[in-house]
Design a protein around this ligand. Sequence first.
Ligand code: BGP
Length: 467
Amino acid sequence: MAKLSFPEGFIWGSATSALQIEGATAEDGRGPSVWDEFCRSHPEKIYEGASPEPACGHYRRWREDVALIRELGHNGYRLSISWPRLFPGGSARLNEPGAAFYDRLFDALLAAGIEPNVTLYHWDLPQELGEKGGWENPDTPLRFADYASACFRRYGDRVKLWSTLNEPAWTALNGYVTGLHPPCRLRDYSGALRAAQGLLRGHALAGAACARELPGVKAGIVLNMSRIHPATPSADDAAAAALADGMINRWFSDGVIKGRFPEDIRNYYAKAGLLPEGLEETEALLRAAPLGFLGVNYYYPHYASADAKDTNFHLNISGRADEDCQFSVKGLFRFVKNPRGRFTRWGWEIDPEGLHDLLLRVHETSPGLPIYVTENGLGRVEELAGGIVDDQERIDFVREHLRSVHRAIAAGADVRGYYMWSLMDNFSWINGYKKRYGFLYVDRATLDRHKKQSALWFREAALANAI
Ligand code: BGP
């Protein structure tokens, strides 16, 4: 088959987040985040009671990691800054040793020819702000904007790609509806909408601060997006799919792209008495914040059925075949398994076509908006055998998704890069450490890194700018 070339300057990289790789959660003045506290107080909710300590020990091994990224031929790397490392407790006083860590990291990345794409918030809210109401507290977006401004001022001479938030929909949904993430609230729909509003205000204020502090630089945001199909051709399932799509995708994508929440979902929430106060003000803030790009995190599609007799949320965190994912909101929609689908061990459907469709949808909503695939990857159970990890399945996964990206570019979408999740096996939130995503295998006993076969394959693709 002829090679598919990507546009000049296309970014070939991988992604991580601070909490999932750094470790050193109490070093150099870092304060606790809501995830440190959640893992400490709710080990039963996390596979094998794992915690983000030591994660991958990246805080100490960053030099080696930068050298590895370079060896892997990447020209970009997506990472996040830890808010509680820079401003422990969410305070206004900068913790200099924490800030200096990222100085060293950015300098080393640039010296190695790797462009950083930096996310300011990848779920590690300072615990003290969590205790004061987290994203529901109207003060939190203001604190976030201050933290963001400090980062723009300190690192803006070196970092040109900034993302405000990672997956605000997941923070709101899992924090307040499914109860799977901190603050572990169950079925608190109005809390979820208040938190979503706080997150989007934080994004808007940080976006405006970026434009002010760094003329010519416009921050982006990273959204989790899924194609949501009706489970059957029935009108009821079509309506259920549209509703789920509006709540999970469009509330956030229309919010940040158009500065206007979708009318149908807004009416729906209004009727249910769930709309938070100040929505117009939030929209005005969003319209005043120039959006530099949209980061798309894509893993799987959903199939929605209107037959939702109860409310039930469950994620497969063990990777066992007898554990099913469930997501059902009584009377609204229930996600069902695609009978024709291919699935990972954790029950996530593999559907490269979905990525193509989402990229085109973003392009059609906002022609010309730069897009990055900020996460896409495959979680596996893996072992090191004779010094190698044979992950042909991951090579196939990434290749198929890159083909979709290529087709979306050919159809006009301005996709500028692809960051595979993840650079290395890491702390996979409530899945603990069994679910491995990396190009680099991390030995849990020694934390030593080993290149997987996929890393070598991707290196060739990156160097050729083609697959
Ligand atoms: C995204 C998160 C990442 C990452 C990925 C894989 O939602 O932004 O941080 O973890 O999902 O998910 P998981 O680790 O839960 O399998």
